[in-house]
Design a protein around this ligand. Structure first.
Ligand SMILES: Cc1cc2nc3c(=O)[nH]c(=O)nc-3n(C[C@H](O)[C@H](O)[C@H](O)COP(=O)(O)OP(=O)(O)OC[C@H]3O[C@@H](n4cnc5c(N)ncnc54)[C@H](O)[C@@H]3O)c2cc1C
Length: 519
């Protein structure tokens, strides 16, 4: 939203009460897709739009959004016959139009078992392989924010909007609180865009001041959880779709580095929005579906290393289960000068911003006479998308694993980190064997990516799965210890503050990524 607005030549300030991607956007399944399962609900327009966005994001952020191979097994009893599956995926490809990803093909039962030997053979009839999009969700958000700053936006992290006081003609007043220092702040804005995800309703209520009426487009919070196991517990070569026999939902098993993650659930979330964590019944549900699909005796509750959960900000429609609620978004103007956007999915983030800002620009024009430029996010490249450079080109000597990691994560911006290492080679030495995180990457995150807390660094700036899983291991401890020391010297922390950051990061890990105990 902030990137789009700044690229239209507007004066923008993004206010985020936590870290970038600290909300739902670091808790997704990490697909950039049309959503094969929305074909089941006949939402063809929605699927087509998602596929169009997939193509756009692959074009403007090729280092962030990339094609990934999926295998959809055809199973007897409850699943889809192979022909129907082939037709469904054919339609999916067709809806993608020119953004279609090549590679769709049908496999017989024996070919399928050769490709993915952990699949159960008893009910298997064959499979279809196809390609869809994937991205590191937190990184997509971080780079969008970097793009916003490059376009001239101001980004204020760890600053909470406590209240929005709309005004009929003048500027809206925002009452803000700096969550790091506790200081109260104020700001004025001709137009406020409320894009607070599942918290949007809270902000709207605050915006409505004394009346505190419930938003007419109330959100229906829906929790989704994932479980993570070591790759050897469920070794896969590609993403495998897991159709649930009990409710027909599609879950996914996703290989990711040394791990495989599985999810997601879809349950009405009735408790507080913070903190959010998987519960024991979700864990059991995912394991049951996985046991239906895979011959993996090792896949049991005690093999789950950690979990993560997020809350989808779905737009409410009564009498419809969360699984069948549309992922479409809605734009509302409930108070003068305040435009809210609710619903949607990560894939549609660019499109949501475009539609919301088209409306917000009209409101701005009417209130101030200021004209915004047109949206250019459909073709403007993301930071880092100009192609990664080899370390040697910047004069840096680093281990192959470190160079690969930096090129994959940062795209062309890896040059900034390589340059640092060229000036001080010790900054390119990993904190722990087998883990590519180096002091140079920590400094980069602090200097250029807005990381101000150790948890910001460990859980969102670095590749999430790698760090989350290893926080308690010797490797994880070495990274947390080393990174906290670099942050302390860069940000002027006392030893007491550094130790506090270490324990806060450990607490966050326990709170957000814990394995729930059996009920
Ligand atoms: C389990 C799960 C799996 C998913 N998988 C996919 C997928 O594979 N592909 C896909 O496209 N989508 C997926 N989604 C959906 C997608 O993740 C969300 O739609 C998207 O991340 C929501 O982004 P958002 O910016 O609206 O909300 P958020 O990411 O939650 O951002 C809202 C931000 O507002 C901030 N905020 C809240 N209140 C205030 C305040 N008062 N002041 C300042 N800041 C405030 C929060 O801190 C938060 O960072 C999934 C969702 C879930 C839960």
């Amino acid at each position: 939203m902030a990137r789009d607005a700044a690229l239209r030549g507007l004066d923008v300030c993004l206010v985020e009460r936590g870290d970038l991607a600290a909300g739902t956007s670091s808790r997704s399944t990490r697909f950039i897709h049309g959503g094969l399962r929305y074909l089941q609900t006949l939402e063809f327009g929605f699927v087509r739009e998602g596929l169009h966005e997939r193509a756009t994001l692959m074009r403007v952020a090729p280092h962030l959004v990339h094609p990934t191979e999926f295998l959809f097994p055809a199973v007897r009893g409850g699943g889809m016959p192979r022909l129907a599956l082939r037709c469904g995926i054919g339609l999916y490809d067709l809806l993608a139009g020119r953004g279609r990803l090549p590679g769709t093909r049908s496999l017989s039962r024996s070919q399928t078992l050769l490709q993915e030997p952990t699949l159960r053979g008893d009910r298997l009839r064959g499979s279809v392989i196809y390609f869809d999009g994937a991205a590191d969700d937190a990184r997509l958000v971080i780079e969008t924010a970097i793009g916003a700053v490059e376009a001239g936006a101001c980004v204020a992290l760890h600053v909470e909007v406590e209240r929005v006081v709309p005004s009929e003609h003048g500027s809206a007043v925002l009452v803000l609180r700096d969550r790091l220092t506790g200081a109260s702040l104020g700001a004025r804005a001709a137009v406020v865009v409320n894009a607070a995800g599942v918290w949007a309703g809270t902000l709207l209520q605050a915006g409505n001041g004394a009346s505190r009426k419930r938003s007419p487009a109330a959100l229906r919070p829906s929790r989704g959880s994932h479980i993570v196991v070591a790759r050897e517990s469920l070794p896969l070569l590609r993403v495998v779709v897991m159709p649930s026999r009990s409710d027909g939902r599609l879950l996914f098993a996703v290989p990711c580095g040394d791990f495989t993650y599985l999810g997601t659930t879809e349950v009405d979330h009735t408790g507080p929005l913070d903190p959010v964590a998987a519960d024991a019944s979700e864990l059991d549900y995912i394991l049951t579906v996985a046991q239906e699909v895979f011959e993996a005796p090792g896949l049991s509750r005690d093999k789950v290393l950690f979990t993560w959960a997020g809350i989808r900000p779905l737009v409410e429609r009564p009498h419809i289960s969360t699984g069948r609620l549309s992922r479409d978004f809605r734009i509302l103007q409930e108070a003068p000068g305040v435009v809210s956007v609710v619903g949607g999915k990560l894939t549609s983030c660019r499109r949501m911003a475009q539609a919301t800002l088209d409306l917000a620009a009209g409101v701005l024009m009417a209130r101030t006479g200021k004209q915004a430029d047109t949206c250019i996010t459909g073709w403007k490249l993301f930071p880092g998308s100009e192609g990664a450079v080899p370390a040697e080109e910047e004069g840096a000597t680093v281990e192959a694993g470190v160079a690969r990691h930096l090129r994959t994560v940062y795209g062309s911006r890896c040059a900034l980190i390589f340059r640092k290492i060229a000036q001080a080679p010790a900054l390119g030495k990993p904190y722990a064997p087998g883990c590519p995180v180096t002091p140079a990457e920590v400094i980069h995150a602090v200097e250029r990516e807005g990381a101000v807390r150790l948890a910001d660094l460990l859980f969102r700036r670095f590749h999430p799965v790698m760090m989350e899983a290893r926080l308690k291991s010797a490797q994880g401890k070495a990274v947390a210890e080393g990174a906290s020391r670099v942050m302390a010297s860069w940000l002027g922390w006392s030893e007491e503050r550094r130790l506090k950051e270490m324990s806060l990061a450990a607490e966050e890990w326990e709170k957000d990524f814990r394995v729930p105990r059996p009920a």
